[in-house]
Design a protein around this ligand. Structure first.
Ligand code: NAI
Length: 376
């Protein structure tokens, strides 16, 4: 298969997520990094791109858009891995130019921006996929298939957590990588729920096939001086009748990454944790708990397709990202995949805003659906 030319915006030296994108995009040889605007500082961005051997190193994304759209062979996919408040403007400009976009979460700060992005992607016939990278794990895809084929019966309750302890004090309040996450001007209406809980929320929908309908939320800013929440609990009613209990926290000292998913159905329960992604715990009603190993025989086709090394060799997060890049390559080639869509991005942004509104009104139940996707 010919390499697809790819561009990266953000993900400069020292960024958290840039390296995982570069690894994921390269792993299967689907994409070649041809153009980049990697840093808020143009010189730093150009220098780092040159060091990485990127052919076309731009000072900022506007230069990159202009440069690429005036070439006969522009990049076909652009990844947007900048802080949240820049996502909409950058993603919208590239979508409007007819270039596929892979956008970091949350897709936008505002619901109306997310709706405009969905509309623009539909109109231009390009992708605006969202990086819910954990949905690329083989055993997460296996859970989805187990639910879909009815192994659990009707899903009753989902418990989704993304609770870590890395912002439990104010010591790094001036760290630029932490500061924007709690600044409403740069992070929007929510900090830890929009930053971390959004993955757990997406995963609950991805695995159950059910979307948020109504929710009630409680937000806490435990560290003094924080304008946005560092701990959030949300209860959601999902479209297929399941209840989802979601906990997001940045003050849960002792927890490291902290993304876990438990799904409880009529006929059995599933338990999975991102820190041990190669094992899934399945307990059928009246039976013993089994450990399902990634790479073992007899898993679902989606899990087998997403799995790269034999059983017992750990696979981790950059390989899950690589599965999303493989999905993107398939989509660009006209083949449908499990890659999260702009509509998924919109649903999550709408749920985050609904949760913030609910928390502001003392935990009132509110509609969690974006109006663009509401089926009345
Ligand atoms: P970071 O603060 O560590 O790095 C941000 C990078 O973007 C820096 O290199 C910075 O110089 C650059 N940048 C900022 N503004 C820019 C602009 N206008 N143009 C070009 N480059 C610019 O942030 P981090 O943690 O890497 O997060 C970036 C995005 O990725 C956020 O939206 C975050 O929510 C998301 N993220 C997603 C994860 C996932 O698992 N999907 C995990 C971690 C972050």
């Amino acid at each position: 298969m010919a390499e697809i030319s790819w561009g990266l915006i953000g993900g400069g030296r020292g960024s958290q997520i840039g390296p995982a994108h570069r690894l994921g995009a390269r792993l299967d040889g689907h994409f070649a990094l041809k153009a980049a605007a990697l840093d808020a500082d143009p010189e730093a961005g150009r220098a780092y791109a040159a060091e990485l051997g990127v052919e076309r190193a731009y000072g900022n994304w506007r230069e990159m858009l202009e440069g690429e759209t005036s070439r006969p062979d522009p990049v076909r996919l652009v990844t947007v891995a900048t802080p949240n408040h820049t996502h909409f403007e950058i993603a919208h400009a590239f979508v409007e130019a007819g270039i596929h976009v892979f956008c970091e979460k949350p897709m936008t700060m505002e619901v109306d921006e997310a709706e405009r992005l969905v509309a623009a992607a539909r109109e231009r016939g390009v992708l605006c996929a969202v990086n819910y990278g954990y949905s690329g794990y083989p055993l997460v895809r296996h859970m989805r298939e187990m639910v879909a084929r009815g192994d659990l019966g009707a899903v009753r309750v989902v418990v989704a957590e993304f609770a870590h302890g890395h912002h439990a004090d104010a010591a790094d309040a001036d760290n630029p990588r932490v500061r924007w996450r709690y600044d409403p001007a740069q992070a929007g209406v929510s900090a830890v729920l929009a930053d971390c809980g959004i993955h757990a929320l997406h995963m609950a929908s991805f695995v159950t096939g059910q979307q948020p309908e109504r929710l009630a939320a409680d937000f806490v800013s435990a560290v003094p001086g924080r304008a946005l929440e560092d701990d959030a609990a949300v209860t959601l009613r999902l479209s297929g009748g399941a209840t989802c209990r979601l906990w997001a926290s940045a003050i849960a000292l002792g927890r490291q990454h902290g993304l876990t998913l438990q799904v409880f159905g009529e006929r059995g329960g599933l338990r999975w944790a991102q820190e041990q992604p190669n094992q899934l715990y399945w307990t059928p009603v009246g039976g013993r708990t089994e450990i399902v190993e990634r790479g073992a025989g007899g898993l679902s086709p989606a899990a087998d397709a997403a799995s790269r090394v034999t059983m017992g060799h750990p696979e981790g997060m950059p390989l899950a990202f690589a599965n999303l890049y493989a999905d993107l390559a398939a989509e660009i080639g006209g083949v449908a995949s499990l890659c999260p869509t702009a509509e998924d991005g919109l649903r999550s942004v709408a749920a985050i805003h609904a949760a913030a509104a609910s928390a502001r009104s003392g935990g009132a139940w509110v509609d969690a659906r974006p109006s663009l996707l509401r089926e009345v």
